[in-house]
Ligand binder design. Structure first.
Ligand code: AMP
Ligand code: GLY
Length: 425
């Protein structure tokens, strides 16, 4: 079979490595892919992930049997709709269903209408109204740009002065682009955060192993928000009891709500949850695999990934048992110094000649320059280890991270610390 993956980060690399385990897979094209992915797939750097016309033309001319659209932008732009229109089976939601991520207002209104637990909220189109509301609000409070903002469009002011600055940053300075033309202002929730990715064909759902992201740049959850500096799976806070509550009050109601709205969700639905004192609540939905959650979740998948993805596309997921390894995984991101702010690119990457069997390095932000791998993004590599315990997985991931080098290499040193503490409780 010939497969095509849209995207070029660590998440896509993890998907590709897993798809390659299927013996029927002969060729995988990655559009655009990256330097490290080139070792596992045929990369096409000329075709960007949002160039929908070029993606469809490529899929047609290369006899692609199945496509996977991984990033949020092409999903929101209708890449799956366009591939389907060209008769190419693929994995991912159509543009209407992708609104669950691309519009926070759509997602919040859906949850309110269908009684899915989430933070109380209000929507504002104009800064004056937002500021008038904030005058009487209590702090901290959460302000979110409506549209896609690379996971960075969320500000949590602790006073009116900070809130005023936040509204101006989002709505007037448009720090997150046009996604800031509307804001959602919502109640500040507390509790452990859990990421649950789930395969769904619109009706049946197969939640993946739970995980925990580490979004802040610095140790001890300090510094600015990033796309994610490391992950562990499973998340020890996500017990079987919590999972059952989430299934009954969040997962199944969300699928039913999307069907009722005329946009059944097919693909990977990501539930960003907070386990509050009042029970689990939705912080955000993503219409795709998380990054770097995928780098710890997919290595634990026992069932063939292509089979699962085809069952989603064919709406037969309910007939399949999706199995997981009873093990742990940890991923440590190696970033360019300065990320998520300004950072330098083009630094030569040195990788170890061989890695232990339980360690995989996923390439996120690099490229080949004259045959040499060099850095080309903020998050450069994700070093993942699996192990019988989380402690072992973390130890092996950190040991492997030591053996990789590039100028300005930056990593957090406390990935998994909170998870280990929760396990000790
Ligand atoms: P998001 O981009 O929606 O994932 O939000 C980024 C981070 O902001 C989340 O991972 C949470 O830590 C935090 N956050 C978002 N919404 C809330 C909320 N209502 N209460 C508390 N923290 C929140
Ligand atoms: N790691 C969070 C995300 O993929 O949005």
């Amino acid at each position: 079979m010939t497969l095509l993956i849209v995207g070029g980060g660590g998440r896509e690399h993890a998907i590709i490595k897993k798809l390659k385990e299927n013996p029927n897979v002969e060729t995988i094209y990655a559009l655009p892919g990256n330097g490290g992915i080139a070792a596992d797939a045929v990369c096409v750097p000329e075709i960007g992930a949002t160039d929908i016309d070029a993606i469809v033309a490529f899929a047609r001319s290369h006899a692609v049997d199945f496509a996977v659209v991984a990033p949020d932008d092409p999903l929101a732009l209708g890449c799956v709709d366009a591939l389907h229109a060209a008769g190419i089976p693929c994995f991912g939601p159509d543009a209407k269903a992708a609104r669950i991520e691309s519009s926070k207002v759509f997602a919040k209104d859906l949850m309110q209408k269908y009684h899915i637990p989430t933070a109380q909220y209000q929507v504002f189109d104009a800064p004056v109204e937002a500021l008038a509301f904030l005058k009487t609000a209590s702090f901290p409070i959460v302000i979110k740009a409506d549209g896609l903002a690379l996971g960075k469009g969320v500000l949590i002011p602790r006073s009116y002065a900070e809130a005023e600055a936040a509204v101006r940053t989002i709505m007037e300075d448009r720090a997150f682009g046009d996604s800031g033309s509307r804001v959602v202002i919502e109640e500040f929730l507390t509790g452990p955060e859990v990421s649950v990715l789930a395969f769904t064909d619109g009706t049946a759902i197969a939640p993946m192993v739970s995980s925990m992201d580490h979004k802040r740049a610095g140790d001890g959850d300090t510094g600015p928000n990033t796309g994610g500096m490391g992950t562990v799976a499973p998340n020890p806070c996500y017990t079987e009891e919590v999972a059952q509550v989430c299934m009954d009050t969040i997962f199944l109601p969300t699928l039913a709500a999307m069907r009722a709205e005329g946009c059944p969700f097919k693909g990977c639905l990501y539930f960003g949850l907070m386990l509050t004192p009042d029970g689990p609540k939705v912080i955000e939905y993503n219409c795709r695999f998380g990054d770097p959650e995928t780098q710890v979740v997919l290595p634990l998948l026992r069932t063939d990934l292509l089979t699962v993805m085809q069952a989603v596309e064919n709406e037969t997921l309910g007939e399949l048992t999706v199995e997981w390894r009873h093990a742990s995984a940890a991923c440590v991101i190696l970033a360019s110094g300065g990320y998520p702010g300004h950072y330098e690119k083009g630094k030569a990457i040195s990788l170890p000649k061989s890695l232990p069997g339980n360690v995989t390095i996923y390439h996120a932000g690099d490229k080949l320059a004259d045959g040499q791998l060099v850095t080309s993004g903020g998050r450069v590599l994700g070093v993942t280890a699996t192990g019988p315990t989380l402690r072992q997985a973390l130890q092996d991931a950190y040991a492997a991270a030591e053996t990789v080098d590039f100028d300005g290499k930056y990593l957090r040193h406390d990935i998994g610390r909170r998870a280990l503490a929760a396990l000790a409780d």
